[in-house]
Design a binder for this molecule. Structure first.
Ligand SMILES: Cc1ncc(COP(=O)(O)O)c(C=O)c1O
Length: 407
């Protein structure tokens, strides 16, 4: 008889967005005619810019002609796109060979799959609070242990609090795989070069590997903050970088990303290039390459015009972030993030729980956000608002909060 993977039974976080949807539905059913303002989900809302649309259209029209038609492409990605990404890194002063860059269908799949090229007894460390995929994918792979007080015994949690500006210190014990997300979802914090250097030094000392999720790198405005972990000397020996066109170019539905596995990456007993070829083997076995249309769009994003046009949309979302941040501060709330990231992380007033604040915000102001506790135990007492949305919606939400919330 077939048996299920019982690790699915101990997953906790899956319920977050369905619970938000359930509670929002209950509210709208009780209050017909009231429209809710959604600042909960990190999904892009603005139309793609013209040069990127042209790129995607080019991809489609190539398929309409047998002389330019392509079917399956290279599992690693279109070599033109890999080269363009290498050039894009090179403009940041980072030299990568295109063979080190693997094009993907977005960063979520790779962040969830990357652990599979490492041994099953590797100790995994994650930030708390953090994007839930890193934890859940490792739980599914059997690394969970017991779940108690919001944490799995098999995972090492790196505390992110207001005391460390929501970026953790290096682990006190030896760990093997460290997931870092900067700019961070949900806290909107961004690691400094000095903070990343401490992790790179730690990883090199312990032969650990950092999985660096840079999905929001394009939102960094402060030029002193690193957009790639490879800005830190030595990182190519100890870090994999996973990134995405989703939030950079509005490709959340188009689906395109990339993962860098440097040739120099080290792990116990491996030779130069071995991890790169293991990831290549994994991708060739389990992935059939990203959409050729999406990749043509990706090339357009990387063009000078594409980058300029995408930046305008990022600026639009970041103006939303400013409106949210300043509005919340005006009513005396303590607010973090939102300066180099599209997420605003607010301290829930009083001793309320994150879910109590969710209810309060919904009932008093009709605004939907995301309870921080859904991102880890240290998210309790915090709340995430997303800057993705139409300006009018954001402005109405903040006006409603300013007018109606009773703190
Ligand atoms: C931190 C982080 N990484 C990765 C992703 C996944 O992005 P995608 O699969 O669209 O590239 C998200 C999506 O919200 C995210 O917040």
């Amino acid at each position: 008889m077939a048996a299920i993977n019982k690790n699915y039974n101990i997953l906790q976080t899956g319920y977050l967005f369905s619970e938000i949807a359930k509670r929002t539905r209950a509210f709208t059913e009780k209050n017909p005619g009231v429209s809710v303002l959604r600042l909960g989900i990190g999904n892009t809302t603005e139309a793609l810019p013209p040069s990127v649309v042209s790129g995607l259209q080019l991809g489609v029209s190539k398929l309409a002609d047998t002389t330019t038609y392509t079917g399956y492409g290279d599992e690693q990605g279109d070599s033109r796109l890999r080269r363009a990404l290498a050039d894009w890194y090179s403009a940041m002063g980072i030299n990568l060979d295109q063979q080190e860059i693997f094009v993907s269908d977005g960063s979520k799949t790779d962040t969830a799959n990357i652990s599979s090229i490492f041994g099953s007894d590797n100790i995994v460390a994650v930030q708390d609070p953090v994007y839930p995929v890193y934890v859940d994918s490792n739980i599914i792979a059997g690394k969970g242990g017991k779940y108690r007080n919001g944490r799995y015994s098999g995972i090492v949690y790196l505390d992110c609090t207001d005391k460390n500006n929501f970026f953790p210190d290096t682990p006190e014990r030896k760990v093997d795989l460290i997931f870092l997300c900067s700019p961070n979802n949900p806290t909107g914090s961004v690691a400094t070069k000095a903070q990343l250097k401490r992790f790179v030094d730690y990883a090199r000392r312990h032969e650990a590997v950092i999985i660096f999720d840079a999905a929001y790198a394009a939102y960094i405005k402060d030029p002193r903050l690193p957009r790639s972990i490879y800005e830190i000397p030595g990182a190519k020996e100890c870090a994999i970088e996973i990134s995405s066109f989703s939030k950079w170019a509005g490709f959340t539905g188009v689906r395109l990303g990339w993962t860098v596995v440097p040739m120099k990456l080290r792990a116990e007993g491996v030779t130069n290039g071995e991890l790169n070829s293991i990831w290549n083997r994994r991708q060739c076995t389990m992935f059939n390459g990203a959409s050729n249309i999406a990749q043509e769009g990706g090339l357009a994003v990387l063009s000078k015009t594409g980058q300029r046009e995408c930046q305008k949309i990022i600026d639009y979302y970041m103006e939303n972030a400013r409106i949210i941040r300043e509005g919340l501060r005006r009513i005396g709330l303590t607010v973090f993030g939102g300066e180099n990231a599209p997420y605003i992380w607010l301290k829930v007033p009083g001793n309320m729980s994150s879910w109590d604040f969710f209810e309060k915000l919904l009932i008093q102001t009709h605004v939907v956000g995301t309870p921080g506790s859904g991102f880890g135990s240290l998210g309790e007492g915090y709340f995430r608002l997303s800057a993705f949305g139409h300006r009018e919606n954001i402005e109405n939400a903040i006006k409603s909060i300013e007018r109606n919330i009773l703190i």
